[in-house]
Design a protein around this ligand. Structure first.
Ligand code: GLU
Length: 304
């Protein structure tokens, strides 16, 4: 009997904190191109876990913008705000198995330790205060956690030393990104996580959680971040200029260049569908650079 190889399943998982900007479009396009290049599916997940940081209408706008760029989810979109039950089940299991623990340390308590938690040091009175919900943390043991990133190669981190026991559910009841992403990547059957390099150093934490929950570890590829013309990182929270869904081709060209691809394949093309087909046909994953392209402004190739 032959074993069926698992079909490639990638995803893009934006937080609805604003419109898509060149950096998030590059992550979306990179994950889409890699999924399609491997004959796989591409799923969309809205990471609406943190209401105070969300911008009303941003999720709908992101979904519409992706559609304008020719990228739509191959399965119903997962909204993390509806997934609390799954996160609660995972947390309960971690608590029962002794991997997670309740913690009443405040930010102030940990300030002498650069915010890194190695042992509960909250004053006795705070620890006994059952009127306040504790945070739940993952207990992180000694040792280096490593993985082979498709773009960056071997990446290793001493999670205990550099991060410490990290939060899974905050004292205010909000779910932490690290727990939600691990539970959802497994629930959606994601085989390949492709995202921005700003999340490279979150991956060892996610691998620790996968091990504790006995979930498979997907393959990882962390895409270069996009820089502005002066070499500064364009981040989600920066006032980066959003991409224009009404005129997708220039931003698509920009994203292809950030992914190390030859954007000349788009020359003379008028529709997004054909642009994506051309980009996919010419796509070479080995050209994706590790570091950001020096300046996306100067590397822009004018359409011929
Ligand atoms: N929601 C995260 C973000 O927008 C990305 C999570 C991920 O791709 O793992 O930064």
């Amino acid at each position: 009997m032959s074993v069926q190889p698992t079909r490639y399943r990638g995803r893009f998982a934006p937080s609805p904190t604003g419109p898509l900007h060149p950096g998030s479009l590059t992550a979306a396009l990179g994950s889409w191109l890699l999924a399609r290049h491997h004959g796989g599916d591409w799923l969309l997940r809205i990471e609406d876990l943190d209401p105070p940081r969300e911008v009303r209408g941003a999720a709908a706008q992101q979904i519409a913008t992706l559609a304008a760029f020719g990228m739509t989810s191959d399965a119903p979109i997962v909204w993390q705000s509806t997934r609390g039950g799954a996160y609660a089940d995972a947390l309960e299991r971690l608590l029962e198995d002794g991997f997670a623990f309740a913690c009443r340390c405040s930010r102030n308590d940990l300030s002498d330790y650069e915010g890194i938690h190695h042992a509960c040091i909250a004053p006795v009175a705070a620890r006994a205060d059952t009127t306040r919900q504790p945070a739940i943390r993952l207990r992180v043991g000694e040792g280096v956690v490593g993985f082979d990133d498709a773009i960056h190669g071997r990446f290793e981190q001493d999670v205990r030393g550099e991060v410490g026991d990290f939060v899974l559910r905050r004292a205010d009841g909000l779910w932490a990104y690290q727990l939600a992403v691990v539970v959802d990547d497994a629930a959606q059957g994601i085989t390949h996580v492709v995202r921005g390099a700003d999340l490279l150093d979150s991956t060892p934490r996610q691998i620790l959680l996968q091990r504790a929950l006995e979930l498979p570890t997907p393959a990882y590829a962390h895409l270069p971040l996009v820089r502005d013309a002066s070499g500064r990182k364009l981040s989600k929270s920066d006032a980066a200029r959003p991409v224009d869904p009404a005129d997708p081709l220039p931003a698509l060209r920009h994203a292809l260049i950030a992914l190390g691809q030859d954007a000349r394949v788009l020359n003379g093309i008028g529709s997004v569908e054909i642009a994506l087909q051309r980009a996919l046909a010419a796509f070479d994953p080995t050209c994706i650079p590790r570091e950001p392209m020096p300046s996306t402004e100067t590397t822009l190739v004018s359409p011929g």
